[in-house]
Design a protein around this ligand. Structure first.
Ligand SMILES: Nc1ncnc2c1ncn2[C@@H]1O[C@H](COP(=O)(O)OP(=O)(O)OP(=O)(O)O)[C@@H](O)[C@H]1O
Ligand SMILES: [Mg+2]
Length: 360
């Protein structure tokens, strides 16, 4: 089924002077999806969001919303609404007045404003707080006021720039779920910017991974994790151990890999074209056993306890360090061993992938 995209980003390039912040980005956003723009600081996420909202003009390329070219359309006439990272609420207005503000600007009748404000506050679970002032609210509640202010205008698309970054870990988790529920109830599309991969993985239907203004990969969370386009994506989405591939035959199922020597891969692990290949092994695809055995010898380093699991650091014979994920029971056993104890790594080669260092 082909749907008209709610937003089409077509070959958008943005330059600030000689600096290229975005380079030839093309993305179609589907109606009703939660779409995440993910990437390290400075990769161009906010710039792209601001271009969609109309606060910046692309140097090249176009933005279409609902099939209509937005080039000549100012921000306040676009069917989108942006929620900024530093939740922009007016400190001198009550919660209800904050939410009503945009509707008053649009000169809607008072009765209609009242109904719409009440509905928006209900959607973000703030009905009882309508008379409070922003300084009488928690960070998460203020964030929800900002959301209600955007929702009340009934945008087709809500643009959220790092919507949860100011919140503590627990509140952030709760708000993630609330945002997803809210999105499902009101049915608007969300485009959210985040540099937090776990937030994107948990919330988004699809994710665009950006790096230095370029689109590295666009896929759903599971595909990004299981089939990263290159080593950058593998490294950015979750943890990964990367080993340089020093020699390979195209089409063969063996490779010579730095620190590991010659290894046999699953037949399915086809080689990508090109040079600069790396072997990517996720920490959960390695098993650690105490003592010597068949497998890769190593010595035990730090065990970073995470509650239900641990990240165990081991050192290979050539000094290279490797991360291994172990469950609580296994890591408790490992913690009994002395640091520097001999251990053996069993790598599940069927899960290892050979990737290009960069898909660009
Ligand atoms: N008005 C501007 N003039 C010059 N350079 C700019 C301007 N706005 C953004 N940039 C540059 O463009 C790049 C992308 O900026 P942007 O704000 O989009 O990054 P970001 O991905 O949102 O990063 P962060 O995660 O830190 O918020 C940065 O290098 C930034 O310095
Ligand atoms: Mg930003």
């Amino acid at each position: 089924m082909t749907q008209t995209p709610i937003i089409s980003i077509r070959n958008v390039t943005k330059r600030f002077g000689s600096f290229t912040a975005l380079e030839d980005i093309s993305i179609d956003i589907r109606p009703g999806e939660i779409f995440a723009l993910l990437g390290p600081s400075g990769c161009g996420k906010s710039t792209l969001l601001r271009i969609i909202a109309g606060f910046e003009t692309p140097t090249e390329g176009d933005i279409l919303i609902d099939g209509k070219d937005m080039t000549e359309v100012p921000p306040n006439k676009r069917p989108v609404n942006m929620v900024f990272q530093s939740y922009a609420v007016f400190p001198h207005m009550s919660v209800a007045d904050n939410v009503a503000y945009g509707l008053k600007m649009d000169k809607l009748p008072a009765a209609e404003i009242k109904t719409k404000v009440a509905e928006a506050l209900k959607q973000v679970h703030l009905s009882e707080f309508s008379h409070r002032m922003p300084d009488q609210l928690s960070g998460g509640q203020r964030q929800r006021v900002a959301l209600a202010r955007a929702l009340v205008k009934r945008p087709r698309v809500l643009l959220l720039d790092e919507p949860l970054s100011a919140l503590d870990a627990k509140l952030r988790d709760a708000m993630r779920l609330e945002l997803v529920k809210l999105q499902q109830t009101v049915g608007v599309s969300f485009i959210m910017v985040t540099h937090d991969q776990s937030e994107a993985l948990a919330m988004a239907d699809r994710i665009a991974v950006l790096d230095q203004g370029r689109l590295r990969q666009l896929a759903d969370p599971v595909t990004l994790y299981r089939k990263p386009a290159d080593a950058f994506v593998a490294d950015f989405i979750g943890r990964v151990n990367l080993f340089e591939v020093t020699a390979h035959e195209p089409g063969s199922t063996t490779a010579t890999v730095a620190s590991l020597g010659e290894i046999a891969l699953a037949a399915a692990a086809a080689y990508p074209e090109g040079e600069a290949l790396v072997l990517a092994v996720r920490p959960e695809h390695i098993r650690l056993t105490a003592g010597e055995g068949p497998g890769v010898p190593a010595t035990l380093g730090d065990v970073a306890f995470q509650g239900d699991s641990s990240i165990v650091e081991v050192t290979l014979a050539d000094g290279r360090s490797v991360q291994v994920l172990e469950d609580a029971a296994e890591s408790a056993r490992l913690m009994q061993l002395d640091p520097g104890a001999i251990v053996t790594l069993e790598i599940d080669w069927t899960k290892a992938a050979i990737l290009r260092r960069s898909a660009l």
